[in-house]
Ligand binder design. Structure first.
Ligand SMILES: Cc1cc2nc3c(=O)[nH]c(=O)nc-3n(C[C@H](O)[C@H](O)[C@H](O)COP(=O)(O)OP(=O)(O)OC[C@H]3O[C@@H](n4cnc5c(N)ncnc54)[C@H](O)[C@@H]3O)c2cc1C
Length: 227
């Protein structure tokens, strides 16, 4: 389910629960900002409550237009619970740096994060399910879907795919150096930022792979964002 075309470029409306209050100036509701963070983050954390018990489960996601897709085994507790249309809160975080301040108090991290609220629904239509699973594979490495085998009917049946419309979303972004107190500026403590990025190591070919097989470009030079 996608938002009407004229709504797709509009920012999300901040709601009572999605409005960033603490350090509100770091909050953003622009679709482009939220979607760029969702697309760059490799995985998300899904929060939900079953019988009063909160769960927060890490899992792969993919965004297709205005929907967030989640997939897994048909027996997956999180997915089966969400398929019953319960409230969910999904977060993603990209860590950009460690902020070392002169005082313990002002240490921080540079990040880009997103919080989504919503309800997911099972994708039943077979063609839609295949397209959704392709999007999940492509989310991890663009170009990979065409370079690997699509699911058999049995594999498709044993996989649950959920679609959560992205309707209530906020981003929060911290960038820059430490924000120290004036009275600490003269101290000798080192202060600044340790930048962090996700980088891939050299590809490790599977032991059964033919020696002639060459790693495709998206493997040899894997990086985020993938799109
Ligand atoms: C890597 C990382 C480390 C952090 N470390 C700390 C820490 O140690 N201590 C600390 O106090 N805070 C930390 N934060 C910030 C934290 O995520 C919260 O924004 C902050 O704690 C304020 O929480 P709150 O419940 O008072 O937010 P409020 O402003 O009351 O939250 C209201 C609504 O704003 C939205 N929102 C809040 N935080 C975020 C977010 N990060 N991204 C997107 N939307 C958001 C949600 O929809 C939320 O329901 C960290 C964030 C990241 C990404």
């Amino acid at each position: 389910m996608s938002a009407p075309a004229d709504e797709r470029s509009s920012p999300f409306s901040a709601t009572e629960r999605s409005r960033v209050r603490r350090k509100a100036e770091r909050g953003a509701y622009d679709r482009d900002i939220v979607y760029a963070i969702l697309d760059e983050a490799l995985f998300c954390h899904v929060g939900f409550v079953v019988s009063g018990q909160p769960f927060v489960i890490p899992t792969i996601h993919a965004r297709v237009v205005d929907d967030l897709l989640l997939h897994g085994a048909a027996a997956n507790h999180m997915l089966k619970s969400l398929a019953a249309r319960i409230d969910a809160c999904v977060t993603v975080t990209i860590l950009d740096g460690l902020v070392m301040a002169r005082s313990w108090f002002h240490h921080s991290m540079n990040y880009r994060s997103v919080v989504l609220f919503g309800r997911a629904a099972r994708v039943g239509d077979e063609a839609e399910k295949r397209a959704g699973l392709e999007a999940v594979v492509e989310h991890v490495a663009r170009g990979r879907a065409a370079d690997s085998r699509p699911p058999t009917p049995t594999e498709l049946r044993s996989t649950l795919l959920l679609r959560m419309p992205i309707v209530e979303a906020s981003a929060k972004v911290r960038a820059g150096g430490p924000i120290d107190d004036d009275e600490d500026m003269g101290t000798h403590h080192w202060a600044g930022v340790v930048p962090l990025t996700l980088t891939a190591g050299p590809p490790a070919p599977d032991a059964m792979l033919s020696a002639a097989a060459i790693a495709p470009d998206y493997v040899a030079h894997w990086s985020r964002p993938s799109r």
